[in-house]
Design a protein around this ligand. Structure first.
Ligand SMILES: Nc1nc2c(ncn2[C@@H]2O[C@H](COP(=O)(O)OP(=O)(O)OP(=O)(O)O)[C@@H](O)[C@H]2O)c(=O)[nH]1
Ligand SMILES: [Mg+2]
Length: 294
């Protein structure tokens, strides 16, 4: 059997989480059109008769403005260590820029088998992509290049095939029924955050964290009480909306997705709380699960 660990790395919003979900055929990592959606390393496991691939989705590497960003980058940097294969995802529709050099300079992927996935080729111009590939080839002369449209599943099987050929013989590290390392509480919080990100615009989403106040698993329907944490008083009103309309919309959408995840009816109550400047406060970062720990 072939098995191993594979990190999925790259700038924010290039399609890493979309690719992970496609590779393992499960929605384990949230996807939105906002940059810096993923804030933790998230394992997704692929299994077939002769292979187990443990993929690691990671936060998008970016120039950090707050401590939260530094923690996220550190998670991504650490994911690149001790893997059998690294996948660098690139947005093929964007020209090479400082964000790309930032990733290349900060990421230690020169001594590991590397696949570069040129994603979003549905939005790219062929000649521009060729130019981009030349630039990446100059940095990584031995990397395997794959074009993809992760959103449509195009060439996702090619990524699996290529990874499999790079993996050593090894045992299954996880039981075959396991698809992710994250528990239900993590997944519920992520679903709520996904709905917040999808409902709100611009700056507010980056200031949001979800805190699980209380769950009553045994009650019918199951009761979930969670808080949407924002950084400033002014953001509280934005999340709540006129007459509570926005938080109601977030709550309804989140409840429906949580019910799908848990396969049962749930009662979800959301409230909004202010935690001034939490993205730079070590204790808050720890509380919300964003502190990078070695
Ligand atoms: N057109 C197009 N859009 C895509 C493709 N793959 C992903 N997207 C979209 O790109 C956006 C970002 O996707 P994500 O998977 O969240 O990107 P990410 O790299 O995980 O982003 P972060 O978690 O912020 O680092 C979403 O709106 C996706 O639907 C693709 O192949 N083509
Ligand atoms: Mg992501």
């Amino acid at each position: 059997m072939k098995s191993g660990f594979v990190a999925i790395l790259g700038r924010p919003n290039v399609g890493k989480s979309t690719l992970l979900n496609g590779l393992i055929n499960h929605h384990v990592s949230i996807v939105t059109d906002k940059s810096q959606t993923t804030r933790n390393n998230i394992i997704g496991i692929y299994n077939d008769e002769e292979t187990q691939i443990v993929f690691l989705d990671t936060p998008g590497i970016h120039k950090p403005m707050q401590q939260l960003g530094k923690e996220m980058n550190n998670m991504a940097y650490s994911a690149a260590h001790d893997v059998d294969v690294a996948i660098l995802v690139v947005d093929a529709s964007k020209p090479f820029g400082t964000g790309d050099t930032f990733v290349i300079e900060h990421l230690d992927i020169h001594n590991v088998p590397l696949i570069i996935v040129f994603n979003k080729i549905d939005l790219a111009r062929l000649d521009k992509t060729e130019e981009l590939k030349k630039t990446y080839r100059a940095y990584f002369k031995d990397a395997t290049f794959i074009d993809a449209v992760a959103k449509e599943g195009f060439n996702v099987d090619e990524v699996i095939k290529t990874v499999r050929n790079m993996l050593p013989e090894g045992p299954a590290y996880y039981p075959p029924e396991m698809i992710t390392d994250k528990d239900e509480i993590f997944q519920i919080k992520e679903i709520i955050r996904e709905k917040v990100l999808k409902t709100l615009r611009e700056e507010v989403p980056h200031s949001v964290a979800i805190y699980m106040d209380h769950i009553e698993w045994e009650k019918k329907p199951m009761q979930i009480f969670a808080s949407i944490i924002v950084e400033k008083d002014s953001q509280k009103g934005i999340v709540i909306g006129k007459n509570g309309s926005r938080i109601k919309e977030i709550g309804t959408k989140a409840r429906m997705s949580i019910e799908k995840l848990l396969n049962q009816h749930v009662f979800l109550e959301l409230q909004v709380k202010v935690d001034e400047g939490w993205r730079d406060a070590p204790s808050s970062l720890k509380e919300y699960g964003y502190k990078y720990e070695k």
